[in-house]
Design a protein around this ligand. Structure first.
Ligand code: GGG
Length: 352
């Protein structure tokens, strides 16, 4: 039987609650589809910080390296610890493990209402591909004269030809398997160095994919069109920051952040890839047992697909679709199911 080593990094807030349900669902499909997942649960995050003074151990990258995949919940407990401290290991994992392709589908499922009036599943089905390894999230900058009236802060974005070209090519390949339309998001009218590189590279790469129609939008116009006419989008390629921003919007359009999954993919498979919901740790509802586990469960399905367990992934996706279409919802979608009751429903729909 094929066995995979999975690192579970549940993190903070609702992270552990939704990861528990994803593990139950994964357990329901693994025996049925003839594979085995060996989990190691890593107790990292805010609680680890309280005990050790840091959110992850010093050698956390070495700990993660041998795994086949990482299933992450959520990070952040901002009331006590600044978010940039809890987020730092995540960004480091993405960059060190060259997880440059962050795949974030925005797909409205039957049985779920979008916040967009008059738009249904036929209109809302696109994927945002977020460049995940460089751009605005590189750890480069400084603060001078901190705390003084004349303080100066510098934050440097780095966009490389290699980094931009590879995410564009990844996007074109993805568009080829979908509706053959790619939209690149920049702000090259205002940021005339970094984003004109993106513009140049789109023109360079486009001729290699004559079967895909490609265009570009500035990020502000894209935000407007996500709301106004989401049906115009198929594959959207954006930088790290713009992709981060647009995928919260995409998640909400697709029914809510409780449903929005995500990958951090190393396409070359040199390092483990990481799978996480788009949402964060939601401290306001943590511990109440009402978080929606679907985004985490769909992230687990994306993990199975990445591992080559397509049948297992399909079983999970169908279970989610059936469960939502049957009106079984958590409170974020207007339902009354608790996190674990939603887990029960999904396990049952998986045949478990
Ligand atoms: N699901 C992971 C999580 O907690 N994300 C919170 C967040 O703000 N992430 C920022 C990012 O994805 O760069």
């Amino acid at each position: 039987m094929k066995t995979y080593r999975i690192a579970l990094y549940p993190g903070d807030g609702i992270g552990p609650e939704v990861v528990d349900q994803a593990v139950r669902v994964l357990d329901a499909v693994q025996a049925r589809h003839g594979f085995q997942l060996d989990y190691v649960r890593l107790p990292w995050g805010f609680d680890y910080w309280r005990e050790h003074g840091r959110v992850v151990p010093e050698d956390f990258l070495d700990v993660l390296r041998p795994f086949d995949a990482i299933l992450l919940g959520a990070v952040g407990w901002p009331a006590t610890l600044p978010d940039h401290v809890t987020l730092a290991p995540l960004v480091k994992i993405r960059q060190t493990f060259e997880q440059y392709a962050c795949i974030r589908p925005a797909k409205l499922l039957p049985g779920v209402k979008s916040v967009l009036v008059g738009k249904g599943p036929a209109e809302i089905d696109f994927v945002v591909l977020r460049e995940n390894s460089e751009g605005e999230y590189v750890d480069s900058g400084s603060r001078f004269r901190q705390g003084q009236d004349d303080e100066v802060a510098l934050q440097t974005a780095i966009h490389t030809r290699r980094g931009v070209e590879r995410i564009l090519r990844f996007g074109f390949e993805m568009a080829r398997k979908r509706r053959k339309r790619l939209t690149m998001i920049t702000k090259s009218n205002a940021q005339r160095f970094a984003y004109t590189l993106w513009d140049d590279l789109l023109e360079l790469v486009k001729p290699d994919y004559p079967d895909v129609s490609a265009d570009k939008l500035h990020c502000d116009a894209a935000a407007m069109d996500f709301v106004r006419r989401p049906e115009r989008f198929d594959v959207v390629v954006a930088s790290n920051l713009f992709g981060d921003l647009l995928t919260d919007l995409g998640g909400v359009i697709g029914g809510g952040l409780g449903l929005a999954p995500s990958t951090n993919t190393n396409p070359e498979r040199k390092y483990p890839s990481m799978f996480e919901p788009v949402h964060g740790s939601a401290p306001d509802i943590a511990g109440q047992g009402i978080a929606n586990p679907v985004a985490q469960v769909l992230s687990a399905a994306m993990m199975l697909e990445w591992l080559g367990e397509d049948a297992g992934a399909t079983t999970i996706r169908r279970a989610v679709e059936q469960t939502l279409a049957a009106g079984k919802h958590t409170p974020d979608l207007g339902g009354a199911l608790t996190t674990s009751q939603m887990g029960d429903a999904l396990v049952q729909a998986c045949g478990g």
